[in-house]
Write a protein that binds this ligand. Structure first.
Ligand code: GCB
Length: 645
């Protein structure tokens, strides 16, 4: 492995060292404000994959030290997007190793002058999976892991250069190891009678295509050099008074004042306070309610922080505004309560996945998906199997779509992936995820993994530690992981707040036998509840379906079979939701790309929508159910479906 990915591993061990400390500083989403400016670097970047045998030519020849076009051929690569499906080159589609991105940008002159008291930050929304960033040939940061943002303060660097032209180089490596999240491994095929010299493949234990590249926006942003670094908000309410509990951190000055203003959705000032920590009280608050639970779901206040600082004779002002929803979350033995009322997750699992752009952020797709969720009557989703883009999470906050926020802990199967090294990284990933999403009202629970080998002895300590660590950063939200282990041997389940179970009766087990679903599902719920007395979510169920395939009686892969699987599951859900079942999440919202295999026909076809977001018959079954449920569970006064569309 080392022979191929040498450059990667050098960087990897360094990062583990650097990251073994708790994270420093906040990760506020970059936004314009009267004191801040933003420059988006999305669009076309120069690109080259390093196809050299050891994938280390870029480092040997220091491709970052001069314009990429000078060290070899380049192609255009859109950002954000996965690089895999952009060209006709099969080698690039399945490429493993370092790829190089570069963009030259002008920094606005007022940001550059050393006397201006500005701070300039380069931020990458996410890149898969290991990234090193240079500006004008100087390394400014590195980051391990996809799906989460990272940034570098480049103020000094750009102020010391004579030109405001800035060459940004980002090398990204998609190699997975047994210690990354998700884990993976490189397999060398040494048999020269069957494979060419140096042949290797990357093996993973997850069922989605391992898209790579710069998946989310890259931005440069400017703040004053004394600035609001982080904000942590939690909310409670009692006796018709809401409380927004805040903690603000400021950097760049020790001589400052902070004032807080809370505005309602009509921009009316409802509360003010001073200082870094405290409470803002809101009489008769408009609570943040999930979609279909209230007629103004997703109500958001605006929490404005105004910081004024002095550094000698210099004065600075920084202003940052964060949306805040006032709501509470609580778990009992049988219920999930939002604002004290039982909440039933009638939702979906998704993927960030689409034709051509792969996992790249795509606004038309995002808005289309939210329209489909509303059409469906879905009130929630799980970010299977990694944190989704902040832009998507913003929509959840605004639309009242409840989120189980899952980390990239998918496919943790090998015993080595339960060791100290993996655990240390997993803790950091949870810190990064909580730091990014802690203020979101839509996020009601963290999921620290999907279908790990949680029956292994090491899984007990591993999940106890990851869950406790997550709670130490966020004591306000329940934590879970999603299991497909046998209830009696799952070593992690004792530590979760909610049992999340995946099962595929009549699909992966007893294939074609719809008649076993009800009995097996009933047994599944009874077993888990008897042992743990915790509420349960059916976090996956479903069947692959080729749109346009029809049979009667239903046969596997037809639209009729998918509908029948759903209906058989629903019959038991209807019984169990009166007891301790608190949710059902279909697998999957839409078809998505996977690795090639004999069980996947150009991807996973368990979507109720196609990859192009057209409904299969099952979408209408689910839509009828979700709208009926919304009325029946008392979440809504009887309403026509069109009410919220
Ligand atoms: C699962 C996994 C999911 C797969 C799905 C399937 O249990 O959690 O990632 O895509 O099953 O369709 O096999």
């Amino acid at each position: 492995m080392i022979t191929i990915m040498m450059g990667y591993f050098v960087a990897f061990s360094f990062s583990m060292l650097a990251l073994s400390w708790a994270l420093e500083g906040g990760m506020l989403y970059p936004k314009d404000s009267p004191s801040r400016e933003l420059k988006e670097l999305n669009g076309l970047w120069s690109f080259r994959a390093d196809f050299s045998d050891r994938r280390d030519q870029g480092f040997q020849q220091q491709w970052y030290s001069r314009p990429l076009r000078e060290s070899g051929p380049i192609i255009d690569m859109p950002v954000p997007a996965s690089f895999n499906d952009i060209t006709q080159d099969a080698k690039l589609r399945d490429f493993i190793g370092w790829v190089w991105y570069e963009k030259e940008v002008w920094i606005p002159q007022p940001w550059v002058s050393a006397s201006a008291g500005k701070r300039v930050v380069l931020r990458v929304g996410s890149a898969h999976y290991y990234s090193i960033v240079w500006v004008n040939g100087a390394k400014v940061t590195q980051h391990e892991g996809g799906h989460l943002p990272f940034e570098a303060d480049i103020t000094k660097l750009i102020q010391s250069s004579p030109m405001a032209l800035c060459r940004i180089t980002i090398a990204v490596n998609n190699t997975l190891t047994l210690h990354t999240l998700p884990p993976g491994s490189i397999q060398h095929k040494a048999d020269n009678s069957r494979y060419p010299p140096g042949y290797f493949v990357q093996n993973t234990n997850f069922d989605f295509f391992n898209y790579a590249g710069i998946h989310r926006p890259v931005v440069l942003y400017m703040t004053p050099s004394a600035y609001i670094d982080d904000i942590t908000l939690t909310t409670t309410f009692a006796d018709n008074v809401g409380s927004v509990n805040y903690k603000v951190s400021v950097k760049g000055s020790s001589d400052f004042t902070v004032s807080l203003n809370l505005y309602d959705a009509r921009s009316k000032l409802v509360a003010t306070a001073l200082g870094l920590e405290g409470h803002l009280l809101v009489p008769s608050p408009n609570l943040w309610w999930p979609y279909l639970m209230h007629d103004t779901p997703g109500y958001l206040y605006s929490f404005e922080v105004v910081m004024k600082a002095k550094n000698g004779s210099n004065q600075y002002q920084d202003i940052y505004t964060l949306p805040v929803g006032i709501r509470t979350v609580e778990v009992t033995k049988t219920q999930f309560l939002i604002n004290g009322k039982p909440f039933y997750f009638q939702g979906v699992n998704k993927h960030e996945d689409a034709d051509i752009r792969g996992k790249g952020l795509d606004w038309p797709l995002i808005v289309k998906d939210f329209n489909l969720l509303k059409w469906l009557g879905a009130n929630s989703f799980r970010t299977s199997h990694y944190p989704y883009a902040e832009e998507i999470m913003d929509m959840c906050d605004r639309y009242g779509i409840v989120v189980i926020d899952e980390c990239p802990g998918v496919g943790i199967k090998n015993p080595e992936s339960f060791g100290e090294k993996s655990l240390a990284h997993h803790l950091i990933v949870m810190e990064e995820q909580v730091r990014r999403d802690k203020n979101r009202p839509s996020v009601v629970m963290w999921s620290v993994a999907n279908e790990p080998a949680s029956q292994l002895p090491a899984a007990g300590y591993y999940f106890k530690t990851v869950i406790a660590h997550t709670k130490s950063f966020d004591p306000t939200r329940p934590v879970t992981f999603v299991s497909n282990s046998n209830y009696s041997s799952d070593k992690g389940a004792p530590y979760v707040d909610v049992i999340c179970v995946n099962s595929y009766f009549s699909w992966y087990h007893d294939s074609g036998h719809l008649e076993v679903i009800e009995l097996q599902l009933n047994t599944q719920f009874d077993n888990w509840y008897r042992l743990y007395q915790k509420p349960i979510i059916q976090s996956e169920y479903g069947a692959d379906t080729i749109p346009g395939f029809h049979t009667d009686p239903p046969l596997m892969f037809t639209e009729e079979y998918q509908k029948a699987v759903l209906q058989n599951y629903h019959a038991i859900f209807d019984k169990k939701m009166k007891q301790n079942l608190i949710g059902e999440l279909i697998w999957n919202f839409a078809d998505f790309m996977t690795a090639q295999s004999i069980t996947r026909v150009v991807g996973n076809k368990k979507g109720i929508f196609t990859r192009q977001r057209q409904p299969k018959s099952a979408a209408f079954v689910l839509r009828d159910r979700y709208w009926k449920l919304a009325n029946k569970t008392g979440m809504l006064p009887p309403l026509p479906k069109t009410h919220y569309l």
